[in-house]
Design a protein around this ligand. Structure first.
Ligand code: PLP
Length: 372
């Protein structure tokens, strides 16, 4: 699905040099590489405050902790995403309220958010899924109407931008009150282990979040609030500095793969290619097609026989996950998400794909579908 090793080999001199510098200084925690990386990423995103942390799940947890919510407060989020969001809500004794998504963009449906608001609603967490920002203009309008916080889960769309109707353009993750991201090895901006970050334009939130990730302390051994230990280590920061310098090129390479897929698969009945929303740019963290649920699994096995990997993101809606049984959702509550879980298939897309590989994948996929 991704080729991290080939990407490393291409960038090896820079990466090795960055790692060697950290080893040389032995500043493994809070070293200069972390300081430099955070300034460089803040600059790239055009955001005043950027706080690195240990991973994208922690980033979501720290963001929620910083908002001072009370047990039982409701937070609205999408049913079609990775488990992290709902996990941290439950851990913090907040109440996740899931809503359905748009069947074309896979992103949270603002109309469904409106319907889910109650007097206990305190925040909305849109996820910019598969590389494309959610409909932030509508979401922020709803949040404004009801005085709600917006936390953007931008683990999958770092580098995408979003344009409002008035022409203002901002980077995904910098639109809401807080943005969170992950540097897991397969994400758009990746390290070689775990990493994450929080973004905000609000100095008070920034100060609180900085304290939370450092055991609730501004000054060592003086703990003002209850926090966690969640740091980005220096070796990962050194790798991230190199990958950040290459991020626009990475995105460009992924877009070129997507363009080939669009061209080869777009006109084929039986394959629905991903739709791009005009307000956001797409960084193609995933290239996710939709197939007839009757044939999807068989197409996937036949691709696999040809040595072509593919993954179903996501096979089960959050509402039907066993861990989430207590919430009382049932089959049929989220028709769009439930249908997507049966029809989506993500194809290989990465920065090192050559035209031969793309041709092999497209030719075989079209062939398999012809014979279904
Ligand atoms: C990857 C991911 C996360 C979690 O990031 P980790 O760094 O793995 O903890 C959260 N939300 C979404 C949408 C993700 O894709």
């Amino acid at each position: 699905m991704v080729d991290i090793r080939s990407q490393y080999l291409r960038l090896q001199p820079d990466i090795d040099k960055g790692i060697a510098e950290v080893l040389d200084t032995a500043a493994f925690i809070k070293g200069p590489a972390v300081k430099e990386f955070r300034a460089e990423l803040a600059d790239y995103l055009g955001v005043p405050y950027l706080i690195p942390c240990a991973n994208g799940t922690d980033a979501l947890q720290v963001a929620l902790m910083a908002l001072n919510l009370q047990a039982g407060d409701e937070v609205i989020t999408t049913n079609f995403t990775f488990i992290s969001t709902v996990e941290v809500l439950v851990l913090l004794r907040l109440k996740p309220i899931l809503v359905d998504v748009d069947p074309l963009t896979f992103n949270i449906d603002p109309n469904k958010i409106r319907e889910a608001i109650t007097p206990r609603t305190k925040a909305i967490i849109p996820v910019h899924l598969f590389g494309q920002p959610a409909d932030m203009e509508s979401i922020q309008e709803i949040a404004g109407d009801h005085g709600l916080f917006v936390i953007e889960d931008n683990a999958q769309s770092l580098g995408a931008s979003y344009s409002y109707q008035d022409g203002t353009c901002k980077m995904a993750g910098t639109l809401g009150n807080i943005g969170t991201t992950s540097f897991f090895p397969t994400k758009p901006l990746a390290c070689y282990g775990d990493g994450g970050a929080l973004m905000t334009a609000d100095p008070h939130l920034a100060e609180t979040m900085e304290m939370i990730i450092n055991h609730g302390a501004k000054v060592k051994y003086h703990h003002e609030i209850i926090g966690v230990n969640s740091r980005l280590d220096s070796i990962q920061a050194a790798i991230l500095r190199v990958n950040l310098r290459n991020l626009d090129d990475f995105i460009d390479r992924r877009r070129k793969v997507a363009a080939v897929y669009n061209q080869r698969l777009g006109s084929r009945p039986g394959i629905k290619i991903p739709v791009t929303d005009q307000k956001g740019t797409h960084v193609y963290h995933q290239y996710t097609i939709q197939l007839d649920p009757e044939v999807r699994d068989s197409v996937q096995s036949k691709l696999s026989l040809k040595g072509i990997p593919s993954i179903i993101y996501y096979p089960v809606p959050l509402s039907l996950q066993k861990a989430f049984n207590f919430a009382g959702y049932r089959q049929g509550d989220f028709p769009v998400t439930e249908n997507l879980c049966k029809s989506v298939l993500s194809l290989p897309i990465h920065t090192e794909m050559d035209s031969e590989q793309m041709d092999y994948i497209c030719t075989n996929l079209l062939n398999i579908i012809d014979h279904e």
